[in-house]
Design a protein around this ligand. Structure first.
Ligand SMILES: *Cc1c(COP(=O)(O)O)cnc(C)c1O
Length: 403
């Protein structure tokens, strides 16, 4: 193995320029702390964008991954494997689901969900019932189908023509859905809490209203829980928090705690429309990913872990409000569980990246959700002292930007 000294400037010489990562290169993580090449330490309130729900290098996950690495890595779907069947069983036991399809990412899980919705409606109602309704500002992934269903036109720009039959309503506005839904609608797709779009929680009655509209028009209700799932809201899935059950649910991000894995969950009667050969993936359901995900679910579904989300949320929100009382940068702090959004005041709108960069300078990793909202998605088991220290560092970062 060659050991070239790696520097951040090399990134620009060898990578496609679609990302602009921060200046430092992290090399190690443990729990909610991360260290860079220079040995500087950071507290991680970003969680790799709501992925490392159990922090870095969780000992149980390291054990399960290395154990599986010694046994079996890959077979393809020509054969099944024990971890995949166990994980699917676990997902069915813990949710409304009766059938599971495995993918490698959120975008792939959504791609499967949208294809299934069309295929199911095609089979039961004919080809005209193919329209998909989703929401402005929503995010569902970066494949051509998922950016088309997603509600952020900038992600589709220059990649058209987009797949046809997709309409966008306004999140939290049932009337805007009612105006678009018809017998041609095969699915309504929604993030129960809009993540990338600004960490927007659903208005009371909104998800219930979508359920009713879908039932009335024989359309499938698809919840994209790629960001809200796996304990993020203090419930294993957000649909359980809000008490509205979808027909199809997608999950990824925290499911593998950093090991790539995604899944689409649904009922048996709907799953029947993805018959043999209709869809597939080489890696989907591979034993390494499924062994890790099973261990993640074991840990996260522990009531003590789920209950710990609320107390950590309260501690973080109280700290953010105290900072806000001194610096007045947030007009609102919102979200659900440990998915928190701080909407910036008019004065600071458009400057979310500045707070993120200042955070790195002060040793705390935070996220943005667009230019106007700061976002936090820390580990569900972040220690209280890490929260307190992270808040101190974030306050110094805010002071840096504001003064
Ligand atoms: C991150 C995200 C996706 C895309 O997941 P990838 O693993 O990046 O493909 C889809 N939907 C939501 C709600 C997300 O937050």
């Amino acid at each position: 193995m060659s050991h070239t000294k790696v520097t951040r400037s090399m990134f620009d010489d060898v990578m496609v320029p679609n990302y602009s990562p921060g200046k430092m290169i992290p090399v190690r993580g443990l729990g909610s702390r991360v260290w860079d090449q220079e040995g500087r330490e950071y507290i991680d309130l970003a969680g790799g964008i709501a992925v490392t729900g159990l922090g870095h290098a969780h000992p149980k996950l390291v054990e399960v991954l290395t154990d599986q690495a010694h046994r079996l890595w890959h077979l393809s779907n020509v054969l099944t494997n024990e971890p995949a069947i166990r994980l699917a069983q676990r997902l069915c036991d813990l949710t409304f689901a009766e059938r599971v399809y495995f993918a490698n990412s959120g975008g792939e899980a959504n791609e499967a969900a949208f294809k299934l919705a069309r295929r199911y409606s095609w089979e039961h109602y004919g080809p005209d019932k193919h329209e998909i309704i989703s929401f402005r500002s929503s995010f569902h992934g970066r494949t051509l189908f998922t950016v088309s269903v997603g509600g952020q036109p900038k992600y589709l720009e220059g990649f058209e023509p987009a797949p046809a039959g997709i309409h966008h309503a306004t999140y939290n506005d049932l009337a805007s859905v009612e105006a678009l839904i018809s017998e041609r609608t095969c699915a309504v797709v929604v993030e129960p809490i809009q993540g990338e779009g600004g960490v927007l929680p659903p208005a009371p009655g909104f998800l219930e209203g979508l359920r009713e509209l879908c039932d009335r028009h024989n359309a499938l209700l698809v919840f994209d829980e790629v960001q809200t799932g796996v304990g993020r809201t203090g419930h294993l899935y957000a649909y359980q928090k809000f008490g509205v059950t979808p027909d199809i649910l997608t999950t990824a991000k925290a499911l593998g705690n950093g090991f790539p894995v995604g899944a689409m969950l649904t009922r048996a009667d709907i799953a029947a429309s993805l018959g043999i050969g209709t869809h597939g993936s080489t890696y989907g359901g591979n034993p390494l990913a499924c062994a890790v995900a099973e261990a993640v679910l074991d840990i996260v579904s522990d009531p003590a872990v789920l209950e710990g989300v609320e107390s950590r949320r309260l501690r973080l929100v109280a700290g953010l409000e105290a900072i806000n009382s001194r610096y007045e940068i947030f007009s609102e702090i919102r979200g659900g569980g440990l998915l928190l959004g701080g909407a910036l005041t008019d004065q600071w709108k458009g400057k979310s990246k500045e707070f993120l960069s200042a955070g790195l300078e002060e040793g705390v990793m935070v996220l943005v959700a667009g230019p106007d909202v700061m976002r936090l998605a820390p580990s569900l088991i972040i220690p209280e002292e890490d929260i307190d220290e992270a808040l101190k560092r974030f306050e110094r970062a805010v002071a840096r930007v504001v003064t």
